[in-house]
Design a protein around this ligand. Sequence first.
Ligand code: KG4
Ligand code: ZN
Length: 347
Amino acid sequence: MRVLGVESSCDETSAAVISSRDDDATLDSLVILSQDVHAIFGGVVPEIASRAHLAAIAPVVRRALADARCALGEVDAIGVTNGPGLVGALLVGVSFAKALAASLGVPVIGVNHLEGHLFATALEDGAAVPPFTALLASGGHTMLLDVPAWGEYRLLGATRDDAAGEAFDKTAKLLGLPYPGGRHIEALAKEGDPSRFRFPRPMLHGGQRAGDADYYDVSFSGLKTAVLHAVRDAERRGALDEERPHLARAFQDALVETLAAKTVRAAVEKGRTRVVLGGGVACNAALVSAVRERVRAQIGGDAAVFAPSPRLATDNAAMIARAALFHLARGERSDLSLNAFSSMPLA
Ligand code: KG4
Ligand code: ZN
């Protein structure tokens, strides 16, 4: 069976083809077109994103099919992200997928973007399957989930304000770095002295117990404000240039320690020996190694941490096709009334 995946929830127009045989899914092609135009505005401009998707969708799909040496007539089903995301952006992918499916006479299935992120690592590592604890951290979402089986998602905690990627992007802006700022902060932090500044670890303290409202939740807006004050102080001293790497390092250390501690706390509490990371922030090597270290210390050598390669961590259609395959195998289908939704709960 060959599944065409389509993703257009934010600022990446993406298409992918996967083939399945028995329990195995192979990635035949993946095309991701990132809309660089938003860098000028320091954030995604919804209407520009929708129009850029409209211009790109047909060539991106055509290219994914060509790379997979898959003729249109060989597509057995289409999976498309239908939420959560920017509605105008989602509608481009959803309308395109419905029209193509109708013209080919094949089924179409709507996929939750967040569920897609959970499936990303499974495309690269056959062992990245439930039961596991999942941390999804992107520009729009930060959530901690317990996943006993594919299709069963229990939300343990989430951010109360900014998403982790949003915190990276806002802090990057404060430090005068380009958008999106995550990878720039990570690069700069490598040159930073970890003892120069220390920011509070938000919502992380020793006395927390299972059942406390803040046990699994995170919050990053206070951290961003702490960085703002430190930046202003450095500016007053005329020392921002030399402090920049140290500020980036202190910010990243605080955010990473919080996410790693809460993720491993969830794995221990739920008795999971696998941790799956997803979303653009999972590209951050400091986060991945912090989670690995804690898992080794608190769970032991049998436990494993799975992080997708950068191409599959950020928004892509391969993960959408993989999640679609799971639903199609269960006999699920969407009909032509399939719509797009800005918010769409996963759990
Ligand atoms: O999953 P994604 O591509 O799109 C959303 O669904 O939001 O995630 C994008 C986010 C951005 O906020 C970006 O700054 C962040 O992921 N990001 C990183 C890194 N690479 C991307 N954050 C920290 N470290 C990185 N290396
Ligand atoms: Zn995403």
